[in-house]
Design a protein around this ligand. Structure first.
Ligand code: ZN
Ligand code: ZN
Length: 359
């Protein structure tokens, strides 16, 4: 990872936003800027001195991971130490902070520490904007995470059977993920069977897989810091005609959205392509969430692939395409792939069968 270039670019963008320093408190942003993967820290960026504050649990780790900034191990909270450091540097008068990642209490404490010497200023989300476009190292890592995820699907097909609980299925999947090298799951695994498949975010529960019906399986891993995300819906027992029809409609809607992905297209247009297909099948009102989201260091990051969103797709963005249809109280279907936007269209990072699988 080229942390040096990231730092330089971030700093250029910050100067254009007229701040003398930025206090970075969002851990994924800290990781993006300097490589630190600990669970507590604050990074102060200035024109010359970049300092990462963290505590004694991370002494060795921070020194091993962070080359681009100076590391200060502190006994207070990282943010308090950052505030005290800023208060000592009189030339830093306009201090940017990440409004989306600072509590009111933290902001008040920072204001107290700085007193009248400096002014806190809400910074533009420049790091999030930079993270929208993945560099080749990042794409390689996301691709590897997705590859690991796809590899788990075959195992999933072996463990899904009537009478086995959803959480047992999730447990088996997660165990194979760890054995294959995943650092952790990217989010709580969704195994939603029978009528629970109508819940768009039905976390695996104690409910047993019924003898007949859909099972929505949505899972992702973290590998080398980066997330994967994919969903496949399978059917236990013979599907009825309506179930087949809805499954095919979701599959076509997903394909329509995938076909729409290319540079220069707005994310809203991609969302619209999926909805348009489902409207033709009179199913649009059962598609109750957005079409997708960005994936990277975080499982949900910019851009949102949703109605009315105007962000333009650019090469290097990694997004999911995941339309679904949920018939309340009955059942639901979702199909999701992660893709990277290329110069001409997109490259699917989660290649895996989409013909309806019956178990
Ligand atoms: Zn997912
Ligand atoms: Zn997703």
């Amino acid at each position: 990872m080229d942390y040096e270039s990231r730092f330089n670019l971030a700093w250029q963008l910050l100067e254009a936003n007229r701040v003398d320093a930025l206090v970075v408190t969002h851990l994924p942003n800290i990781q993006y800027l300097c490589g630190f993967t600990g669970s507590a820290g604050a990074l102060v960026m200035t024109s010359g001195r970049d300092v990462l504050f963290t505590d004694g649990r991370y002494t060795q780790q921070a020194r091993a991971e962070v080359r681009v900034a100076r590391v200060e191990i502190v006994r207070t909270s990282a943010l308090a130490a950052a505030g005290q450091w800023l208060a000592k540097h009189a030339s830093l008068r306009r201090i940017g902070f990440e409004a989306a990642h600072l509590t009111i209490a933290e902001r008040n404490a920072l204001t107290m520490t700085l007193r009248r010497r400096a002014r806190l200023k809400e910074a533009a989300p420049v790091i999030e904007r930079m993270r929208l476009i993945k560099d080749s190292d990042e794409i390689a890592r996301i691709r590897a995470a997705c590859h690991l995820g796809v590899g788990l699907f075959g195992h999933l097909l072996e463990v899904i059977r009537p009478g086995v609980s959803e959480s047992q299925v999730a447990g088996e999947l997660e165990f194979s993920a760890r054995k294959a090298g995943a650092e952790q799951m990217a989010f709580p695994t969704i195994i939603a069977s029978g009528s629970r498949s109508a819940l768009p975010h039905g976390r695996a529960s104690a409910v047993a897989i019924p003898a007949r019906g859909f099972v929505v399986c949505d899972f992702g891993v973290i590998l080398a810091g980066y997330c994967s995300d994919m969903t496949r819906t399978v059917h236990v027992g013979r599907p009825q005609k309506e179930a087949r029809r809805v499954y095919e409609a979701v599959r076509e809607a997903q394909q329509a959205a995938l076909d729409a992905v290319r540079p220069g297209v707005t994310v809203g247009e991609v969302d619209r392509s999926a909805r348009k297909l489902l409207r033709k099948r009179s199913l649009a009102r059962f598609f109750t969430h957005s079409t997708g989201h960005g994936v990277g260091l975080e499982i949900h990051e910019a851009p949102r692939i949703a109605v009315g969103q105007t962000e333009l797709l650019r090469p290097g963005m990694v997004i999911t395409i995941e339309p679904g249809v949920y018939l309340p109280g009955r059942w639901g279907v979702r199909i999701e792939d992660a893709v990277v936007v290329t110069e001409r269209g997109c490259d699917i990072l989660t290649p895996c069968q989409k013909d309806l699988i019956t178990l």
